[in-house]
Design a protein around this ligand. Structure first.
Ligand SMILES: [Zn+2]
Length: 417
């Protein structure tokens, strides 16, 4: 049970950590007896151990006998595990440990989780509570890389952010610049000057608004792209409208057909090359590759759970795509009534709700093993050097992948005969 969860590197690792944190968040102790321990990078484990020994002796004063026993057992379990470290890894170490009830009183079992986090742990913390303290880790796995997006023409501007895989519209502004004037001569020239003045004021407003929004992201802002249907976007980008710190981050100016919110989506599509390091574009390109295979090399694609597992077993899968919304698990067990062995792929929720029934007699299932589908796929994939990518459903492409193809597919090295 107490494997060390290594620092996440792939989309599968990140998915696994996210899922584990959701699971840990749901766990609850019978008393104030679940321990959360955050150890910053490089911290001497000997010092941590001596701190835990003190906590162990303090816990001797806990009045409730079962809570006292559970806290002390958890502390012993943590110390047992920490013995294998001399100092904390380069991003530190997070430990969750405690007695989790299986059913009624007396059914608790000590569970221990060691996690090497994706970012350095910023503090040392020991906490004993009825729940695990997962908030700092959840904050770490939030997608933070962001791009600033501005779509601008003479009439309106829309400011948005691409954060991780999500597009957030932040502000819309209108210029109030009147349309073309039909009088000629002197009044026309005066009118043009007024228009130029109004345009300048408008760009200034857009620049200030965008600067306020983008500068808040500090180092997480990887760049800014600007688009629009006419020459306005270039005037805006060249002028001193954006804060100088943001001007340095302009990755490019893109010609697009739309303005407004629609323009933002078009900007992300047309400006894909400029933001290709974003997970949004990565995922889009993976789905596009899959769609291209469907259209041009249908023999080299397969989708569906059984089909993909089969391709992995045969060692022909090159790339497996799995939607993060596919919360399926492989369950083994047996019927409590007739004893028939049970093996099925079901949703994780149906286990939590105790909805597993024997197909023969309708009796409840005694579950002996639950493996997440993603883990099973990942293990099989590693054995055959197959790449696995977990795809979100926050992009339209990811939604389509989930809805049309069931959220699981593989591109093949060669045709399955
Ligand atoms: Zn049965």
């Amino acid at each position: 049970m107490a494997e060390v969860l290594e620092k996440p590197k792939t989309s599968v690792d990140r998915f696994r950590l996210r899922r584990l944190l959701e699971e840990l968040e749901r766990k609850e102790g019978r008393g104030t007896e679940l321990i959360s321990l955050y150890i910053p990078p490089g911290r001497n484990i000997g010092e941590v151990m001596s701190d835990l020994r003190k906590e162990h002796s303090t816990a001797g004063n806990i009045k409730s006998k079962s809570t006292r026993k559970n806290v002390q057992n958890a502390l012993e379990s943590i110390m047992q595990r920490l013995k294998y470290f001399r100092k904390a890894p380069d991003t530190g170490l997070v430990v969750f440990c405690g007695a989790i009830p299986r059913a009624g009183p007396g059914t608790e079992k000590i569970e221990t989780y060691l996690i090497i986090p994706p970012e350095p742990v910023p503090f040392y913390l020991y906490r004993c509570d009825s729940k695990f303290y997962v908030a700092p880790l959840k904050e770490m796995i939030k997608e933070k890389d962001a791009y600033g997006l501005i779509v601008i023409d003479r009439n309106e501007a829309t400011i948005a952010l691409l954060v991780g895989r999500r597009i957030e519209i932040a502000a819309s502004l209108t210029s109030g610049i009147p349309g073309k004037h039909d009088q000629g001569g002197q009044s026309q020239r005066r009118f043009s000057r007024i228009i130029e003045q109004l345009a300048h004021e408008f760009y200034k407003r857009v620049g200030e608004k965008a600067s306020n929004i983008f500068l808040e992201l500090e180092d997480n802002l990887k760049g800014v792209i600007i688009g629009g249907p006419g020459p306005t976007k270039q005037e805006f980008a060249d002028g001193d409208y954006l804060d100088y710190r943001l001007k340095k981050k302009i990755l490019g100016v893109v010609d697009i057909g739309y303005s407004g919110e629609e323009g933002i989506y078009e900007l992300v599509r047309r400006g894909e090359e400029l933001i290709k390091e974003s997970r949004y574009v990565e995922e889009r390109q993976l789905i596009q590759k899959f769609m291209a295979y469907i259209a041009k090399k249908p023999d080299l694609v397969t989708y569906g759970i059984k089909e993909v597992l089969d391709a992995l077993d045969k060692g022909v899968a090159e790339l497996v795509l799995i939607s993060e919304d596919v919360d399926l698990v492989i369950v083994d067990g047996e019927c409590r009534v007739c004893g028939k062995p049970y093996h099925d792929i079901v949703s994780e929720k149906s286990i939590r709700r105790g909805q597993l029934k024997c197909p023969d007699c309708g009796g409840d299932i005694a579950v002996s093993e639950v493996k997440s589908l993603v883990d099973v796929i990942d293990r099989k994939a590693k054995a055959t050097s197959t790449r696995v990518e977990v795809i979100s459903t926050v992009t339209p492409e990811g939604q389509q992948f989930k809805n049309v193809f069931g959220g699981i597919a593989a591109l093949l090295r060669y045709k399955i005969s």
